[in-house]
Every structure is written in C-alpha cells, then in structure tokens.
Ligand binder design. Structure first.
Ligand code: FPP
Length: 247
C-alpha cells in the first residue's frame, strides 16, 4: 500500500481514484481582506499561506500535478501598487520555495509568458525550476503572466512556423501536436478545476486543458480554503460520473 500522511483524510476518499491534475483559480483574496477591514495586499498574503497548505496536502495525498492561477495576463490592469505587491509575493515564494516546501518534494514550474516579467523574476524562475526539477513529488505549475488564449496563439504560431519551413504538413496538425506546444506539454489534462469565492467562470485559465475537467465552484474565499475543503472537492469529484463524451 502506498504511504502517505493519512491523519486528516477520512475513509470516504477513494485513494485509487484521485484526480491526477488539479487546477485552482484562487479567487477572493481582495474580498476576504475587505471584509476584515484590511488592505487587499493582506488578502494576497493570506492567499499565499493558504496555497502552501493546499500544495502540501495535495502532495501528501499523492496528487501528481497542481496548477494555480497566480497572475493572469489581464492582472496588469490592476493598480501598480497591487501588481508590485503580487510580484514581490511571487518572488518571495520562489526564493523561499527551497525552504518552505523542503521535505515536501515539490517540483515548481512557472507557466505563462516571460516576456513581460522582470529579468530578476525570470532568473529566479529558472533557478527555482532547476533546483526543484529532480524532485519526485507533485508538480506545481504557477501560472504567472498566464493567459489561455495567449498560450494557444503561441502554439499556433509555432506550428505555423513549422509548416512555413516545410517541416510539417497542415494535415499532420493533430491534438497531440497542439498539446506539445502548450506550457503544459507532457502533462495530463486537468481532471478537477476548483474556483473559490463563488464566481463561476474560467477567466482565460487553461482553456485547452480543462476540456473534460469536472468544475467545482466553492463559496469560500481562497484564504479560507483549507485542506478539508480540498478533501470535500475531491469527494464531490469522485461522486461525479465522467464520461468524456461517451455514454
Ligand atoms: C484573485 O483574488 C487572486 C489573485 C489575482 C492572485 C492570486 C495570488 C495568490 C493567491 C498569492 C500569490 C501566489 C503565489 C504563488 C505566491 P482577487 O484579488 O481577484 O480577489 P477579489 O476578486 O476578491 O478582488
């Protein structure tokens, strides 16, 4: 039997039927803070703490991939002070990943466009990716300056270039070829998508990869989302009949 820390997991979770890849839209940090009379930054800080606990728990359970939406291509529209705060938080997260997720065996990757990120951030991403690449635990994709449409535009460009260069025939463009150009190439599709804070939309998150994902919308704001809520989402996921278009 596989070993993992069982202490908080009750028997109603079927450990042989876990989602392989979980996507998380960590929404509601701002509202969480406002409700407490705190600045929005306090909500993001609490959100980052929440994230550590959820990734640790997912890893302990044996989940293989988790992708979290940390900063979208649209988030640049926020006030500069908030953008700066989020970037600093992300930077700290990457720098401390060695320590804070030590022993957790988490592999960290950033997905999204690096072109608009600072050189310092790009260097840190590369460093953290390299430092954690050989680990055997959960793969954590941090979606950072990520947009699902941008990802598909990039993939399209890349395949068109191959066609223009005579290396690929249009007829040979398949789903696998497109998948191979995504930031998540070689990773499985998202099985379970969780969005907190009551909103029920995708907001440009992993448009291709969530095609057959079960979606669960949770009322709680992200900073209030606890490991037991993750368990509840997995239980709900396991109660759904996935047919992938079949009967
Ligand atoms: C959505 O809440 C959340 C974000 C735009 C940022 C998510 C970031 C974190 C959870 C922390 C940083 C992440 C890492 C990896 C360190 P919102 O601000 O849109 O909340 P609102 O809808 O209530 O205003």
């Amino acid at each position: 039997m596989m070993f993992f820390k069982r202490k908080n997991i009750d028997n109603s979770i079927d450990m042989s039927n876990l989602p392989e890849h979980i996507g998380v839209i960590m929404d509601g940090n701002g509202r969480w803070a406002k409700k407490r009379g705190l600045p929005r930054s306090a909500g993001h800080k609490a959100g980052a703490e929440s994230l550590k606990k959820i990734v640790t728990e997912a890893n302990n359970m044996g989940i293989k991939y988790i992708t979290v939406y940390a900063f979208s291509t649209e988030n640049w529209k926020r006030p500069k002070a908030e953008v700066d705060y989020l970037m600093n938080l992300l930077m700290d997260y990457l720098i401390n990943a060695e320590k804070t997720l030590a022993g957790e065996n988490v592999r960290i990757r950033a997905i999204g466009s690096r072109a608009e990120l600072s050189d310092e951030m790009c260097r840190q991403i590369e460093k953290t990716e390299k430092l954690t690449a050989d680990r055997s635990g959960i793969v954590m994709n941090i979606a950072l300056n990520y947009g699902g449409r941008e990802e598909l535009v990039n993939a399209t460009r890349s395949l068109c270039r191959a066609v223009a260069d005579g290396k690929l025939a249009p007829e040979d463009i398949t789903e696998e070829k497109i998948e191979g150009e995504l930031y998540t190439a070689n990773q499985p599709d998202v099985d379970l998508l969780i969005r907190t804070s009551g909103e029920q939309r995708l907001s440009n998150f992993m448009l291709w990869q969530v095609s057959y994902a079960e979606m669960i919308f949770v009322k709680k704001a992200w900073p209030d989302f606890k490991p037991r809520d993750l368990h509840e989402c997995i239980r709900i996921y396991q109660g759904r009949g996935r047919r992938f278009g079949g009967i």
